[in-house]
Design a binder for this molecule. Structure first.
Ligand SMILES: [Zn+2]
Ligand SMILES: [Zn+2]
Ligand SMILES: [Zn+2]
Ligand SMILES: [Zn+2]
Length: 326
């Protein structure tokens, strides 16, 4: 059984600074980064006014029926009264004609509208109607304006760029999800041990790396107008076997992440170890750190490179185009 995860403080220092008070620095850099985050250079692809355009296109969902086209009217009829998702074949109904989606039907014994006992009656006419309609993507409220047929809807939604982001903090307990533009704010407000360091060349100092148990050290590096989540995960893989995974993930889309390169180097006792890769996007899901493309250190390597129980990871983030030019 894996030991319960604890969080140990990560102390990050800029390369040029030998020692400083991290809490004061964290507050000020966080404030700067909050401003940065709100500036146009780091805004996400959500455009202003998107909500108004959606309202115009979906008058029946949000406005008066007489303004709606017939197709919008039919789409609105297909909204399940229980889950508010769109009903797709097989569409079920009660004996009095109230429609319900097949997923909700399986959970109910009486009609949610008229309370009559549910039977297994399909509404074939509405199924035919559904197959001819164009539906809005379910991530409309996050800014997606795509409309598509029933057949294409699920594939698009699974890959929709507006689908919510999950909290990228390495703690399975956090269930937050939301828009990309809100991820940074969530991290610094809900995970109080996450500090932000500004600069493309910083030291991510993981303290007490030899403490027993599964641990994680996490901080945010802000540079090039973007935020990157740095994590060091200590994972127990079995009796006496521990591994450390050093990861750099961008708080951005996969396309944004592909524009950067990060390097991690550890140096101590006349030894140097370097790793260079592209940051992963927090959008990419990976089952566990153990099977992802991150720098892996074993216990004895960490012992070789740590001093007084602290491991200093020098993290440098560069724009890929700058590397190609040089
Ligand atoms: Zn439903
Ligand atoms: Zn009914
Ligand atoms: Zn979408
Ligand atoms: Zn969270």
């Amino acid at each position: 059984m894996l030991p319960r995860r604890q969080s140990a403080p990560a102390l990050a220092l800029p390369c040029c600074v030998v020692s400083t008070s991290s809490s004061k620095e964290a507050t000020s850099t966080a404030a700067i980064q909050e401003d940065l985050h709100n500036s146009p250079t780091v805004s996400t692809s959500t455009t202003d006014g998107a909500g108004e355009q959606i309202m115009e296109r979906l008058p029946l969902v949000c406005g008066k029926p007489q303004e709606a086209s017939i197709s919008d009217f039919l789409v609105s009829l297909l909204e399940c009264p229980v889950c508010f998702g769109y009903m797709m074949p097989p569409i079920m109904q009660c004996s009095r004609g109230h429609l319900i989606c097949s997923t909700c039907r399986q959970k109910l014994t009486v009609c949610p509208v008229c309370r009559v006992t549910m039977s297994n009656i399909r509404n074939l006419a509405m199924e035919k109607v559904a197959s001819k309609l164009i539906f809005p993507c379910k991530h409309t409220h996050f800014g997606c304006r795509v409309r598509l047929s029933y057949a294409d809807k699920k594939d698009h939604e699974d890959d929709c760029e507006f689908r919510p982001y999950f909290c990228p903090y390495p703690d399975e307990k956090c269930v937050w999800q939301g828009a990309l533009k809100d991820v940074y704010k969530h991290l610094i407000t809900s995970h109080e041990n996450v500090i932000t360091m500004e600069g493309s060349d910083i030291i991510f100092l993981a303290t007490n790396v030899n403490l027993e148990g599964a641990l994680d050290w996490t901080m945010i590096q802000s540079c090039h107008g973007r935020h990157f989540l740095l994590s060091l995960e200590k994972i127990h893989l079995g009796e006496g076997c521990q591994q450390y995974f050093a990861a750099c993930r961008m708080i951005g889309t996969m396309r944004d992440a592909s524009e950067f390169v990060y390097g991690i180097s550890v140096e101590a006792n006349n030894r140097t170890l370097k790793w260079q890769s592209k940051p992963r996007s927090i959008r990419e899901s990976f089952v566990a750190f153990t099977n992802a493309d991150f720098l892996v250190l074993n216990k004895s390597t960490v012992e070789l490179f740590s001093e007084d129980g602290n491991l200093a990871l020098n993290v440098i983030i560069t724009r890929a185009e700058d590397i190609n030019e040089s």
